[in-house]
Design a protein around this ligand. Structure first.
Ligand code: ZN
Length: 216
């Protein structure tokens, strides 16, 4: 299945932490003053219909459903007012997180790369073209597990809206065509179990993702 109309192995996968106040609160995290940026390796990407593999190194692997932005036009120090012109499309993805490993990293002031970076920890649905999304800042984001709603939010609740994320990231890096931005999760994160079936959707079926959970 064609995941995206470009070579994903050439993409950078940028992620934003704590971009919804409800989620920052549920993990007792402070609200950030500027976007909190981390990265995942491209080897963590999994396409529609694939599986999240729970690694033996973690006993507490969480789901975080997120809107994913794909960059279409390269840019550096992008003006927020022009930022959406750089977007190729939108998808729904899951920022899978080994919460126990992340908790230890946070306590020690260590990076999150291990907690966020296991193979299969970045499921990603197919992209919908940006031209058919009139207002990306008013999209419902939903995650159902085994048929029950577990995370529900709307992109209007983002602390840093998508243009600000693009503008900020592009002060650090040149954003390239095909680069991905996982834009943060609304509240309701929780643990995954082997056998779980996940269905995520964006904007009333505009974009969707189905993945299952397996143990290694
Ligand atoms: Zn996340």
């Amino acid at each position: 299945m064609l995941l995206a109309p470009w070579d994903l192995t050439a993409s950078n996968v940028y992620c934003i932490g704590r971009n919804y106040a409800g989620h920052a609160r549920e993990l007792n995290n402070p609200i950030p003053e500027r976007p909190l940026v981390f990265q995942k390796p491209t080897s963590s990407l999994v396409a529609q219909g694939g599986a999240i593999i729970l690694p033996p190194e973690s006993q507490d692997v969480h789901h975080e459903v997120e809107v994913v932005v794909a960059i279409g036009r390269e840019g550096r120090r992008i003006d927020p007012d022009a930022a959406l012109d750089h977007v190729l499309g939108y998808a729904v993805g899951i920022d899978v997180t080994a919460r126990d490993i992340q908790r230890e990293a946070k306590a020690k002031g260590h990076p999150w790369t291990v907690a966020k970076g296991f193979d299969t920890f970045a499921p990603l649905g197919a992209f919908v073209d940006a031209s058919v999304v009139p207002d990306p800042q008013n999209l419902d984001v939903l995650l159902e597990i085994n048929g029950a709603a577990r995370q529900r939010g709307n992109t209007s609740q983002m602390l840093f809206p998508i243009p600000q994320l693009i503008a900020y990231l592009s002060t650090i890096v040149t954003l390239k065509r095909g680069d991905l931005i996982y834009t943060g999760t609304p509240e309701g994160v929780g643990a995954l179990q082997a056998g779980d079936v996940l269905h995520a959707s964006l904007g009333d079926g505009l974009a969707m993702l189905d993945v299952r959970v397996e143990r290694l």
